[in-house]
Design a protein around this ligand. Structure first.
Ligand SMILES: Nc1nc2c(ncn2[C@@H]2O[C@H](COP(=O)(O)OP(=O)(O)OP(=O)(O)O)[C@@H](O)[C@H]2O)c(=O)[nH]1
Ligand SMILES: [Mg+2]
Length: 466
C-alpha cells in the first residue's frame, strides 16, 4: 500500500500499552452522541467539572467509587491522539461558572480530551497487585451536524436524492425549500458538467439547510458540511445537492458530476471522520432532545426516531470480554439520556423516560439482542431550573422557575405535560407542546448543579472502577 508510514518503536510501544490498558479495563472511550444542540458539549464540560472539582458524597451520591470512599483524584491528562485539537474545557466551564452563567458555544470542529481517574480497587487481582489504579477516560466532542452524515455511507446518490426531495416537497419543508426547488426545476441535468452551475445551486441548497436549522427542529440536514464547512468552504466536494435521476444518464453531464461529488464527499469527508473518530468505542451516551421535537410536532418526532435509529446502526455493539476488548472494542453499554429534563418539573421525569423508551423501542430491542446493557434516564448535565408548585383555582400546578435563555428576568413557567409514549404523542394536543429553555443556574459555592449526572457516571464507569 502506498500510504504506509514507517512505524516507530515508540508508536508500537504506545499501541501495546493501550492494548494492555484495555485488557485490564484501564481505558474507556466514550461515544457522546447526539444531534446538533442535544447537549454534547455541555455534557462533557459538566462531566469533567464533576470529576475534577466537585467530588463529594453529597454531590455524587450514586457514583459508587465516590460513595465508598475509593475515589482518589481525577485530572485532565496528555491525550494519545496528537493531531486532534484538545477540548477547550477552561473556556467551556468558565461560561457555566460566570456570575451570569451562559451555555458553552456550539462546536465547529472535532476536539477531544482524556481524563485520568485514580482510585482504590475494591476487588480482584488489581486490588492485590497495586494499591491504586488509574482509569483513562477518552471523550470526543464534534459538531452534531457532522453526525447526521454518517448514514450517507450506506446510500447512493440516487437514493439520497429521492429521500431528500421527498422531504423538501412535504408541507413541513416546502416553504423553506421553494427557492431551491424552483432552481432545480430549471436545471438541465443532462447538459454538460458545469462547475459554476453546481456551485451556485449548492449555495442555494446550503441556504435551505441553514434556514431549516434556524427555524425548525429538523435533525437530518445533509450534507452536514454545507452547514459547517470548516476548511472545506468553497471546495468542489461540497458543490452538490439532491436532484432527480434523468431517463438517460450521460457521461460528463451535470448529473454525473453530482454523482461523483456525492461519492467524493462520502470517500474523502465522511469516511475519514467515521474511521478516525467513530470506531472502537467502549461505552455510549445518546443525548436526545425530545423537547425540541415535541414542540416541533409529530413529523419531527418521527424524524428524530428514524434519524436516531439510523445513527445507532453505524456503531459496533456487543458484549465484550477481556479478549475481545483487547482485539477490537465494541460498545457494551448504552445510556439513552433525555437531556434537559429540567425543562419540566421533576414530577414529569418518569413520563420523559417512558416516552424516550417508546421512541427507541426498536433500537433497544436490537441492542439487547446483542447483549448490550442499556439504561434510559431523564437527566440534566447542568441544572437550569428549580421546581416550583403554584396554587391556582384550588389546584396545584407543577411549574419550573428559571431565567429563559437570552432574557434577563426570572420566570415561573408551566410547561406542557409530556406524553408517555410515541403513540400518545401522535394524538397531538390542539395547541401542541410548549417548553422553554433556561440559562444554567448560577453555581452555588463553585458547584455546578446537575440532575442524575452521578447515575450516568455510575452506569457508564461504575463497573470499570471496581
Ligand atoms: N436544561 C439543560 N439545557 C441544556 C443542557 N445541555 C445543553 N442544553 C441546552 O442545549 C443547547 C445546546 O447544547 P450544546 O452542549 O452546545 O449541544 P451540542 O450537542 O454540543 O451542539 P453542537 O455543538 O451544535 O453539536 C445549550 O445551549 C442549552 O440551551 C442541560 O444539561 N440542561
Ligand atoms: Mg457542541
Amino acid at each position: 500500500m502506498s500510504n504506509k508510514l514507517p512505524i516507530s518503536i515508540k508508536t508500537i510501544l504506545n499501541e501495546a500499552e493501550k492494548v494492555v490498558q484495555r485488557g485490564f479495563d484501564k481505558h474507556v472511550k466514550i461515544a457522546v452522541t447526539g444531534f446538533s444542540g442535544s447537549g454534547k458539549t455541555a455534557f462533557i464540560t459538566a462531566l469533567v467539572r464533576q470529576l475534577t472539582a466537585q467530588v463529594n458524597k453529597d454531590n455524587l451520591p450514586f457514583f459508587d467509587v465516590v460513595h465508598s470512599g475509593r475515589f482518589i483524584a481525577c485530572k485532565q491528562t496528555t491525550q494519545e491522539a496528537m493531531s486532534v485539537p484538545t477540548f477547550d474545557y477552561r473556556r467551556a466551564v468558565s461560561c457555566l461558572l460566570d456570575a451570569e452563567p451562559s451555555w458553552p458555544p456550539a462546536t465547529s470542529r472535532i476536539n477531544m480530551l482524556t481524563l485520568a481517574l485514580k482510585y482504590y480497587a475494591k476487588q480482584g487481582l488489581r486490588a492485590h497487585l497495586a494499591p491504586e489504579s488509574t482509569l483513562y477516560i477518552e471523550l470526543y466532542d464534534y459538531p452534531g451536524e457532522w453526525l447526521v452524515d454518517l448514514p450517507l455511507l450506506d446510500m447512493d446518490y440516487a437514493g439520497w436524492s429521492l429521500q431528500q426531495l421527498e422531504k423538501y416537497q412535504s408541507p413541513l419543508y416546502s416553504t423553506y425549500a421553494a427557492a431551491f426547488l424552483e432552481e432545480l426545476a430549471s436545471l438541465d441535468v443532462c447538459a454538460p458538467a458545469d462547475d459554476l452551475i453546481c456551485a451556485k445551486i449548492a449555495k442555494i441548497h446550503a441556504e435551505l439547510l441553514k434556514a431549516l436549522k434556524a427555524n425548525t427542529p429538523a435533525t437530518v440536514l445533509q450534507p452536514g458540511r454545507q452547514l459547517l464547512p470548516g476548511e472545506l468552504l468553497d471546495a468542489p466536494v461540497l458543490g452538490f445537492f439532491p436532484c432527480h435521476k434523468p431517463e438517460n444518464e450521460q457521461e460528463n453531464s451535470v448529473y454525473r458530476q453530482l454523482v461523483e461529488r456525492f461519492e467524493a464527499y462520502k470517500e474523502t469527508v465522511v469516511k475519514p471522520f467515521y474511521k478516525n473518530y467513530f470506531c472502537e468505542f467502549d461505552r455510549q451516551v445518546v443525548l436526545v432532545d425530545i423537547f425540541a421535537s415535541l414542540q416541533g410536532g409529530p413529523a419531527y418526532m418521527t424524524e428524530l426516531q428514524e434519524a436516531t435509529q439510523a445513527m445507532l446502526a453505524l456503531f459496533e455493539y456487543g458484549k465484550s470480554n477481556w479478549l475481545s476488548r483487547l482485539l477490537k472494542p465494541k460498545i457494551d453499554k448504552v445510556l439513552f439520556a433525555a437531556n434537559k429534563c429540567d425543562s419540566v418539573s421533576s414530577t414529569q421525569h418518569s413520563n420523559i423516560v417512558r416516552l424516550l423508551d417508546s421512541l427507541l423501542q426498536e433500537s433497544h430491542n436490537t441492542l439487547r439482542f446483542d447483549h448490550v446493557k442499556i439504561d434510559t434516564m431523564a437527566m440534566s448535565s447542568v441544572k437550569s431550573s428549580i421546581d416550583r408548585k403554584v396554587q391556582e383555582h384550588g389546584s396545584t400546578l407543577d411549574c419550573v422557575y428559571g431565567k429563559p435563555t437570552n432574557e434577563s428576568n426570572w420566570i415561573t413557567y408551566l410547561p406542557s405535560q409530556v406524553p408517555t409514549s410515541i403513540e400518545a404523542s401522535a394524538i397531538w394536543p390542539r395547541h401542541g407542546y410548549e417548553f422553554t429553555s433556561f440559562s444554567p443556574l448560577p453555581a452555588q459555592q463553585g458547584q455546578i448543579g446537575h440532575i442524575r449526572m452521578d447515575h450516568a457516571l455510575q452506569f457508564l464507569l461504575g463497573d470499570k472502577l471496581r
